[in-house]
Design a protein around this ligand. Structure first.
Ligand SMILES: C[S@@+](CC[C@H](N)C(=O)[O-])C[C@H]1O[C@@H](n2cnc3c(N)ncnc32)[C@H](O)[C@@H]1O
Length: 220
């Protein structure tokens, strides 16, 4: 938060008594970093997924960050919290919205006047190879139902067995994805498609800015 305020307003902001939102916090990896980097602040993490929120609570408890609050909540329902935030982190989430601007507007509706939103989008052009790989696995039926561990393991086996110069492997695969613990990462943001999000992932999309973070204070 301090760095963003410094870049935007050229002043060192205090982290005391400010409200920070981690929107679409998942399992709380970044919520933990936000809480640690901003002592004295009120940090709230929200996510659609009950399971993720459960894991986020456990993560923060494990790291002795008892003060962070978590809620199962849709970003679109943020006004229900009745709070406004000085800083909103929304990482790897807006690209999941059929229209990311709708998600952004919902974030803006709970942002304080001088608040800052830190978010990112994906570039359809940059991810073209990933989409092609997803389409190939979809053709052979791996994504007919919501992919679970079996489907992830099948993708891992196939990718592992391909020679490294095969285009799809060369452009979309990393050896870390062959590890058993890569399952969640593959399902959330990699080569395996959550069929619930499929419409969003496969629909033609404008070339959103590539992986870059952006900060917004005013959004009309
Ligand atoms: C790729 S994960 C990113 C998690 C986390 N921000 C991170 O960077 O580690 C996307 C997360 O956004 C959540 N999500 C997607 N749409 C959402 C929405 N409309 N409201 C709240 N959470 C949402 C998903 O449940 C998932 O946990």
């Amino acid at each position: 938060m301090v760095t963003s305020y410094y870049l935007k307003y050229h002043r060192v902001a205090s982290t005391k008594e400010i409200a920070i939102l981690d929107a679409g916090c998942g399992t709380g990896f970044q919520t933990l970093a936000l809480a640690r980097a901003n002592p004295g602040s009120r940090v709230i993490g929200i996510d659609l997924s009950e399971k993720s929120i459960e894991l986020a609570r456990a993560r923060l408890q494990y790291h002795n960050c008892q003060d962070v609050e978590f809620r199962v909540l849709n970003i679109l329902d943020l006004p229900q919290l009745g709070l406004e935030f000085d800083y909103i982190n929304c990482d790897e989430v807006l690209y999941l919205f059929p229209d990311p601007a709708v998600g952004l507007q919902a974030l803006k509706s709970v942002l304080k006047p001088n608040g800052i939103i830190r978010a990112n989008l994906h570039s359809a052009l940059q991810r073209a190879d990933l989409y092609r790989a997803q389409a190939a696995f979809r053709l052979i039926g791996l994504f007919d139902q919501n992919p679970e561990d079996t489907e992830v393991a099948a993708v891992q086996t196939m990718m592992k067995s391909l020679p490294r110069w095969v285009n799809v492997k060369e452009r979309t695969w990393r050896s870390q994805l062959e590890q058993a613990e890569a399952t969640e990462s593959m399902k959330s943001n990699q080569i395996v498609v959550d069929t619930a999000a499929e419409k969003c992932v496969f629909s033609p999309r404008p070339p959103y800015c590539s992986y870059s973070n952006f900060r917004i204070t005013v959004l009309d």
